[in-house]
Design a protein around this ligand. Structure first.
Ligand code: SF4
Ligand code: SF4
Length: 315
């Protein structure tokens, strides 16, 4: 397995664990959720996003692409092409996501997603925020994509070094990884932010591309091994914002004596839909919507009435 690629390092993050955190987003995930708002996180390879609205057709990207993946297409009617009436066309089968074109584009119309960071460089970068971690009770969150589906020598070493520096390390995981990967980071992890996307196995398969057996087994094992767990529930009208989904989750947690430190109810939002166009992919979330505030309030009440007191809506 190659070295992990990172597609974003988000500073001052307030919704990925306690306090002010720096969140590192690793590229590549075993799931492909139909509502995913970070589609650039799904594939393990580097990719290019194209912002057509910023492009002037200057052609710099096509001249500098080492793979000859960009050609300039005339937008003019047949006949002699008019100056400035060209648009770059990307052949994604040739593109390596190297980012050369993004570096030369004068208008920020091209954005490369996925960069390797040698560990010392990444740690130096994360250390810059130590004062925020210390003052707010925050730290570093490894997220994605799926951080535990990466080269685990790298991830374990990263978690260990951050832990040894005294920083809180949280891991945001979908849980769809060999349990051994979870076990390797357990000694260095403060809190696992653990997603349950859909409790029904067939619906899980339909909406994420994989069934949820491994995810639920891993959650049981992590709980039995004493991991501190924050359950994250993305709630989407048209997918899983139903009382049955919630009562099935409550039964699963109770039946398996899983006592999460906190449960997050995460409201779906469609803010990532434009990224699909930038990646030449189809957005499947057109029929999805955020659940209404009253329903979310009732969802929180349902968990509280079932004995789960630390319920957080949003973030
Ligand atoms: S990312 Fe690299 S390979 Fe892809 S189009 Fe840009 S310059 Fe070419
Ligand atoms: S370099 Fe940027 S502005 Fe120029 S054609 Fe390419 S994408 Fe468009």
């Amino acid at each position: 397995m190659g070295k992990p690629l990172i597609f974003n390092i988000q500073k001052y993050s307030l919704h990925d664990g306690e306090g002010i955190r720096t969140t590192v987003f690793f590229k590549g995930c075993p799931l492909s959720c139909s509502w995913c708002h970070n589609p650039e996180s799904q594939r393990f390879e580097a990719e290019l996003l194209f912002h057509a609205d910023r492009c002037t057709g200057c052609g710099a990207c096509s001249q500098d692409c080492p793979q000859k993946a960009v050609s300039m297409e005339s937008l003019s009617p047949p006949g002699p092409a008019l100056p400035g009436k060209f648009l770059p066309r990307l052949d994604r089968s040739l593109c390596q996501g190297c980012g050369t074109c993004a570096a030369v584009c004068p208008y920020g119309a091209r954005e490369a997603a996925g960069k390797e960071y040698p560990l010392p460089e990444l740690i130096r970068l994360l250390e810059k925020d130590w004062m925020f971690y210390e003052r707010s009770g925050g730290g570093v969150t490894l997220s994605g994509g799926e951080p535990l589906a990466q080269d685990m020598d790298y991830i374990e070493e990263l978690a260990r070094r951050l832990h040894d520096l005294g920083y809180s390390v949280d891991i945001d995981t979908c849980g769809c990884v060999p349990y051994e990967h979870i076990r390797r980071v357990l000694p260095y992890t403060d809190t696992f932010l653990y997603d349950i996307k859909l409790i029904d196995p067939l619906a899980h398969l339909a909406h994420t591309g994989v069934d949820n057996r491994l995810i639920l087994e891993n959650l049981k094992a992590l709980s039995a091994d004493g991991g501190k767990i924050q359950i994250r529930l993305p709630l989407i009208d048209g997918v899983n914002a139903t009382e049955k989904h919630l009562t099935d989750i409550i039964s699963f947690l109770q039946d398996n004596a899983i006592n999460p430190y906190r449960i997050n109810l995460l409201k779906y939002h469609s803010t990532g839909s434009g990224k699909y166009t930038r990646l030449d992919r189809l957005y499947q979330g057109a029929s999805m919507a955020e659940p209404d505030a009253q329903w979310l309030h009732q969802a929180g009440q349902l968990f509280r009435q079932s004995g789960f007191q630390n319920i957080q809506t949003g973030g």
